[in-house]
Design a protein around this ligand. Sequence first.
Ligand code: RAM
Length: 351
Amino acid sequence: MQWIRTRSGRRRLSGIAALTGIALIATGCAAGASGGGDGGSGADGEQTITFIPKQLNNPYTDVVLGGGEEGATAAGFADSQVVGPLDASASSQVSFINAETQAGTNVIVIAANDPDAVCPALEEARSGGAKIVAFDSDTNPDCRDLFISQVVAKDVALIQVELIAEQIGGSGEIAILSATANATNQNEWIKYIEEELESNPDYADITLVAKVYGDDDDTKSFQEAQGLLQAHPNLKGIISPTTVGIAATARYLSTSEYKGKVALTGLGLPNEMRPFVKDGTVSEFALWDPAQLGYVAAFAGKALADGDITGAEGDTFEAGDLGEREVGADGTVIVGPPTVFNTDNIDDYDF
Ligand code: RAM
């Protein structure tokens, strides 16, 4: 397993991450935000790309899309835009996909809220000639050309188990506070977390007592965290594999009697988690560079739209500043290893 954990020393921000701060786009409304122009058919020979995240009102999404728009420009798309729902429910993306099909958008990049609910609409877009790139959270592989995965799914699951085991001293009750119950990415990570807890003798004394879903909604996640502690008085730790969930849980713990007593780890944005690391609520958590995910997805879409690749295993394409990428099994492209953040390195990151 490859992952980065820097306890000291500064990590130079990548060009992509460094630019993210100024490349954020306004995503304040469900109707979407254009990165230039008004979208369009590409009928004049110019290619268009549209990003459909799980939801717009998510700080993680903003960082991913900042990288995506930067990548779209660098890759040579004439127009890029972002549209999407305000909630991450299963079918909330369908009407946005249909609108892109109508507009004749050349590349649709989507983080699926449900692997199957989006498929009929994506198939229709494909029969109109669009290329489909899933990123962050996969669709059913049958209805996309590529999946750009931020990390090797099993690696990110194992890191979270390792972190919580360390933080609770190797034994006791833990719970998972996830995003939505349908999210492909979280469900895959949870599957590996459960397998690891069951099969690795190092974790024989750890018991997973609950899985709850905050739906990537800040208020619901906060309430679910509160509910977990009430329902499980012996709880020693929480894994929250969602940036929304971990931030809301940290906020709850930080002012509760459980601060410093109940451990919390998972996947978080350094900028959101910094105060909770500094005040001792959280000791270590993980993530990847979200901007790189959007950036690579844009270049993958361009390579597909240009006919340079089909998404077959072994295909390669150039992803701008991030270099050559290769398509692996199941049409999946891995962006990079995850990083573990703690008090020693969190100030080196700005996303
Ligand atoms: C949330 C979303 C997203 C996931 C991150 C870690 O922002 O659920 O899909 O990748 O957390």
